[in-house]
Design a protein around this ligand. Sequence first.
Ligand code: NAD
Ligand code: MG
Length: 383
Amino acid sequence: MKQIAILGSTGSIGVSTLEIVAAHPDKFRVVSLSAGKNLELCARQVRQFRPKLVALADPADLPRLRELLDGQDVELVGGLEGLCAVATADGVQMVVAAIVGAAGLVPTAAAIQAGKDVALANKETLVTAGHLFMELVARHQVKLYPVDSEHSAVFQSIEGHRNQDITKIILTASGGPFRETPLERLKSVTVQDALNHPNWSMGRKITIDSATMMNKGLEVIEARWLFDVPVERISVVIHPQSIIHSMVEYLDGCVMAQMGVPDMKAPIAYALTCPERVPTGVRGLNLTEVGSLTFFEPDNGRFPALALAYRAVNDGESMPAVMNAANEVAVEAFLQGRIRFTEIAAVIEKTMDAHQPHVLNSVEEVLNTDRWGRAKAKELIGL
Ligand code: NAD
Ligand code: MG
C-alpha cells in the first residue's frame, strides 16, 4: 500500500491521478490533498478518498469547504503553510506535485526536505530552480519520477542504459492547434482556438503553453535537469500524432522510443508504481489504425517561445525563472483577453531583455526573482 499526497488534486493531473488510485484501492491510500478554488470537486474527493488532511490555497475558503463536508472527519488547513503540511504529512511516502506554475515550488521543496519521493508534474519547479531541486533530491536521497509524458518516455528509454552513452534526447511535440495556421492569422486567434488542443486534454495554462510551444521550451529545461544532459543535446521534433512520446539516441546509433495512445494516465501510473506496471484503462496501440507517424522541424518564426527557452538556459542562472514568470503573467493576460496570442512571446522576450541574470542560491531567491519577472511583465503589458 503506497501512501500518497496530491498537491493540486482538483486539476487535470490531480483528477487523473485519483482515477488511477480509485482503480487500485489495494495499492494506494490518499493521506492528504490540496486544492485551489474548486471546492465542490474537492469535497467530493474528500468523501470518496477520505484523506486525513486537506489544504486549500486560500484560507478564506476553508469555512465553505467545512460546510460542504458536513461533519466529515478531516483536518482542514490553508495557505502556503497548509500546502506544506499536506506535502510533509506523516506516513506519506510519495507526493504527486501537480500544482500549476511557480506556486508549486515551496510545497514541492518541503516534500523533498521531509524525505518524500516525488512524482513531478509541476515542470515550472525544475525550470525556475532546477539546480537547487536536483541538489535537494540528492541531499535527501529521495526519488524524483517524471509525470510529464515526454520525460516519462525518456525515463523509460534510458532504463538499463548508461548516461555517458546518450548522444541526444529528442522530445516530441504535437505542434498544438496552430501548427498549420497561416502566420498572418496567428495574431487574431481567440482564446477558444488556443484552448482547442488536438491530442491532449489538460489544464488551461499548459494548453496555451502548448499552442505557443513554450511548453516544449519548459520541457527542454526540465529534461536538462532530470537527466543531466546539456541542452545542446536536447532537440525538439514536431510529431502531430503524439504517438511517440519522446526518444533517446545512443552513441551506437540506436534510438529508443516510448509509444502509446496519448493519455496522461499512463505516465502518471508509471510514476506512481515504477518499476511495476499496472492497468490504467489506456488502450493499447493499433499502429495500422494510426496509419502514419510524421515528423517536422519546429519553425522558429511560428514558435518564437521555443527559441526563448533555449536562450534562457544559455543566459543561465536566474533567466529561466524570469522567463517562466513572464510566461505565467502573459498567458493569464491572454486568457483574460488583455493581450493577443502573438504578444505572449513578445512580452516574455522584453522581460528577459530587461533582466540581468544573477546566481540563485536558495528557493527564497528564486521566489524573489519570480516576483521581479511578474512585476516587469505586468508593467510591460500595462497591468
Ligand atoms: P490545472 O490547472 O488543471 O490544475 C492545477 C491544480 O493546481 C489545481 O488543483 C489548482 O487548484 C491548483 N492550483 C492552481 N494555482 C494554485 C496556487 N496558486 N496554489 C495552490 N494550488 C494551486 O493544471 P494541470 O493541467 O493539472 O497541470 C498541473 C501541472 O502539471 C502543471 O505544471 C503542468 O505543466 C503539468 N503537466 C500537466 C499535464 C496535463 O496533461 N494536464 C501534462 C504534463 C505536465
Ligand atoms: Mg509534456
